[in-house]
Write a protein that binds this ligand. Structure first.
Ligand code: ADP
Ligand code: MG
Length: 230
């Protein structure tokens, strides 16, 4: 974190895919900064580059050009990226991720899914933290259920708890309600807004749903790989 409160700075980020002789500019010169505690929603048509961009911002993908700083540290720049070991650390320490398809492990209980990110380095109080998060998300009555025994909205709550278990600074959410009905989407939206307001979590979200995108104080429209602030 820099003193200005800036947690993310991107300059002229570009991602070009080459398919035969064709170059696809999935992300085409995007510059933006995000301050700590902001809730930023990316909108825009399918194929406009939202997923590619937020994956780069979340260190899940490399840009082909441009620069990215996170928490005052250079991640990509001058054609170079941080090494894989450091990238893994940044992903684990700075980010929590949630996706449209939840990605729960179906043979593990709710409790075990949430504890999964803690499995590689034991921390004191881990079990209590898992229970605290599941209670916060209204899932205390489902802790020993398997994902197959709960609803889609509940699965996304579990995925959110898992994303928070390492106390990230930024939550990255790519179409978090893409598989949910209106009511469940609203509930997830309310949870995200509370986490942003009460816990000061920075949220970077992609959503087609205008009601959900409106929850963020800041909306960015993607078109043909370019970002437009509205
Ligand atoms: N791995 C890939 N290889 C080639 N083209 C890709 C790849 N991933 C995405 N694209 C292309 O990049 C563009 C942006 O895709 P994407 O970021 O998934 O958009 P969105 O999330 O807005 O739907 C699209 O034209 C898509 O076909
Ligand atoms: Mg997408």
């Amino acid at each position: 974190m820099t003193e200005s409160g800036m947690v993310l700075a991107a300059r002229e980020l570009t991602k070009v895919y080459t398919r035969g002789s064709e170059a696809i500019r999935a992300v085409d010169g995007v510059s933006l900064t995000i301050r700590r505690g902001e809730f930023v929603a990316f909108m825009g048509p399918s194929g406009s580059g939202k997923t590619t961009l937020v994956n780069i911002l979340g260190c899940l993908d490399n840009p082909t050009g441009g620069e990215l700083d996170l928490a005052g540290r250079s991640i990509f720049g001058g054609g170079k990226s941080l090494g894989e070991r450091d990238l893994t650390r940044v992903r684990r320490e700075l980010f929590g991720y949630i996706f449209q398809n939840f990605y729960l492990i179906h043979t593990l209980t709710v409790r075990e899914n949430v504890a999964l990110p803690l499995a590689f380095y034991r921390k004191p109080g881990a079990e209590e933290e898992v229970e605290r998060l599941l209670k916060l998300l209204g899932m205390e009555h489902r802790m020993d259920h398997l994902p197959g025994q709960i609803s889609g909205g509940e699965m996304q709550r579990v995925a959110i708890a898992r994303a928070l278990v390492n106390r990230p600074e930024i939550l990255l959410a790519d179409e978090p309600t893409g598989n949910l009905d209106t009511r469940r989407s609203e509930e997830i939206g309310e949870i995200l807004q509370e986490l942003n307001r009460n816990a000061g979590l920075t949220i970077i979200m992609v959503s087609h749903n205008p009601d959900l995108a409106r929850l963020g104080g800041r909306r960015i429209e993607m078109r043909d790989g370019q970002a437009y602030e509205s």
